[in-house]
Design a protein around this ligand. Structure first.
Ligand code: DSN
Length: 416
């Protein structure tokens, strides 16, 4: 690279990633093949439209790339339709809403503070300006509750029920939700559609380790860079072929222009990698590591959410008397990256928070074992309780990651 300023920053960022323990639940490291596709000459090509229906010439090979990505996505998630063009999860959600709703329609969703997402009706997102969002609560224990959901469906008569969360650590009963929506629809004047945003758990779905929402929802959106371990981007799936045309038009031309075909090539590689037994082994290890870390913190007397997926929440206010913001800063100073997060019933503001969100998708890709996940719980606890010096903790982090894989040379299979 001949831009020295950017080259230096890339080197420093790779060093930061290699020398730290990455516990942000939405992050992961793609294989070198995926990164090569993202950095490829496909970035030079305009391909507005869809395979065999483009607005530009010269799309012979681009069409094949996108067709492969679509076929592989459909196979990975056992579904009839895939749109691989959304630039991100937020774009996928914008297009999904447009395909299913009219401006002003009512959406029943989970509020951001309880683990929802900005695009699920937050006042600071486009979603709340265009649609009328109402929010279902969790139960007293902070769990989704099908009886509460059904009560809210009957009370609100929404046009769309939205499931799928960015900080929900438990399993989700998509089948149960479908049954409640069907029961509601049997007597409601307003038919309610079912949308799932599976961005966080898509890798767990792909590995067959939880219910597949595509079997139950009218439309499913996702990102491709979290547990799926692909390039940064979005995805829309459905088994309802009658919605295909509406979804395609909602992505292009309604919400987007030219697709990022270099990223779509990276998605195609990811969807093939994720069909392998090695990916399933990896995902089982992610779940095991997450639980091991959660359980060790609980054994040490700290307040944790428990977990049935790739993340859990640590209540740092009750455990250590500090905010999530301070906890995040303290951990970052010893080389552990996390993010502050609201927890159920939080009394602090979103830029302070009482919780930390901790996930193991990224660390497990680099080779983190269950024993190391338990040691990481110790590092977190010793740092936040100030029972060891920062110098000592930094040294322990450094020692652990020196045995892990280099983020720049990771290639599939990652050693699973
Ligand atoms: N920002 C993502 C996350 O961290 O969960 C969701 O889009």
């Amino acid at each position: 690279m001949n831009d020295q300023a950017i080259a230096n920053l890339l080197t420093l960022e790779a060093k930061r990633q290699n020398e730290g323990i990455e516990l942000i639940a939405s992050e992961n490291y793609p294989s070198k093949s995926v990164r090569e596709a993202q950095g490829s000459i496909l970035t030079a090509k305009y391909a507005e439209g869809y395979p065999q229906r483009r607005y530009y010439g010269g799309c012979e090979y681009i069409d094949k790339v996108e067709e492969l990505a679509i076929e592989r996505a459909k196979r990975l998630f056992s579904c009839a339709y895939a749109n691989v063009q959304p630039h991100s999860g937020s774009q996928a959600n914008a297009a999904a809403y447009h395909a299913l709703l009219r401006p002003g329609d009512k959406v029943l969703s989970l509020v951001l503070n309880d683990g929802g997402h900005l695009t699920h009706g937050s006042p600071v997102s486009f979603s709340s300006a265009t649609y009328h969002f109402v929010f279902y609560p969790l139960n007293d224990k902070g769990h989704l509750d099908l009886d509460i959901i059904e009560k809210w469906l009957d009370q609100e008569n929404p046009n769309l029920f939205l499931a799928g969360y960015s900080a929900y650590p438990y399993a989700i009963d998509f089948k149960g939700m479908r049954e409640r929506i069907d029961r509601h629809n049997a007597h409601s004047p307003t038919p309610c559609l079912f949308m799932v945003d599976m961005a966080h758990i898509a890798g767990i779905v792909a590995a067959g380790l939880c219910q597949n929402p595509v079997d139950y929802a009218d439309i499913v959106t996702s990102t491709t860079h979290k547990t799926l371990r692909g390039p940064r981007g979005g995805l829309i799936l459905s088994n309802r072929l009658d919605l295909a045309k509406k979804i395609d038009s909602a992505v292009f031309p309604y919400t987007q222009g030219g697709p990022l075909e270099h990223v779509i090539a990276g998605k195609a590689i990811t969807f093939l990698e994720d069909q392998s037994p090695a990916f399933k082994t990896y995902m089982k290890q992610v779940l095991e590591n997450t639980k091991a870390c959660n359980d060790e913190l609980a054994r040490r007397g700290r307040i944790v959410s428990g977990t049935e997926n790739h993340l859990f929440l640590l209540n740092v206010l009750e455990s250590y008397g500090i905010s999530g913001k301070v906890a995040q800063q303290e951990l970052e100073s010893i080389g552990i990256t996390t993010n502050k997060n609201m927890i159920h019933g939080d009394t602090l503001k979103p830029n302070e928070t009482s919780g930390l969100r901790i996930g193991f998708a990224a660390a497990t890709t680099r080779g983190c074992t269950k024993e190391e996940a338990i040691q990481i719980a110790g590092l977190i606890d010793d740092c936040l309780s100030k029972s060891k010096s920062k110098e000592q903790l930094k040294e322990e982090v450094h020692h652990m990651v020196s045995g892990w894989k280099d983020v720049m040379t990771l290639e599939f299979p990652m050693g699973e």
